[in-house]
Design a protein around this ligand. Sequence first.
Ligand SMILES: [Mg+2]
Length: 258
Amino acid sequence: MQRLWTELASSPRAALLLDYDGTLAPFHIDPAKARPYPGVEALLNRIGRLPNDRLIIVSGRSLRDLRPLLKLDFEPEMWGGHGRERRMPDGHQSSTPLSEGAVQALAEVDAWEGQARLLGGRVERKPGSLAFHWRGLAPAHQQALLQDFEARFTGLALASELFWHEFDGGIELRARGCDKGQVVSQVLAELDSQGGGCMAYLGDDHTDEDAFIALEGRGLRALVRPKWRTTAADVWLRPPEGLRAFLLRWVELREQHK
Ligand SMILES: [Mg+2]
């Protein structure tokens, strides 16, 4: 961590990449109500005013769902769908198309919705993935859904087109071809083309591990979650205090720099 602060104090430019759910915002039974921890948006606004720093949100959510949740006085760069969608601060938006096989596989998985609803779960449709949520259901129902979907996934003809991913409160089936590691690689390449800069990535779950691995040796990787787990990250921040302290230190160092 000390190395990051030393580099950050003198770096001509910097990029701070942040996951949203579980990192900036605590989980909520209704994902549409998952708002950032108190004080976080004020710190992000200060970072947004730094002339040589990029603030980049990297989420598994669709951009459509993600944008209304962050109330900032500037437009940050945002990546949605685990890197499948990108929106620049000027509003320009682009996305990576799905393979034909992934489209077919996701269409089959979409039909599992009835089973999920039967036991009280729900489906979230995102660009390139489907997430089934069962946070808050009785443990027996959660277990039944998990086992049922595991069996369905094993029987899926085009399963190799998709990643199976379990998260806190559900599962997600995601088309191969995009992940958060590719986002990190892209931003690193852009920084390098400008002459280099300081970079950090903060995330909480297993999809963030791709980003941590891609950033190895090139920047600081921070795991943000209440409980530690095995990770490729360099440091562990406990939200919300550890997160706010990190953001505050970042902004204070960079405000002195500009
Ligand atoms: Mg997360």
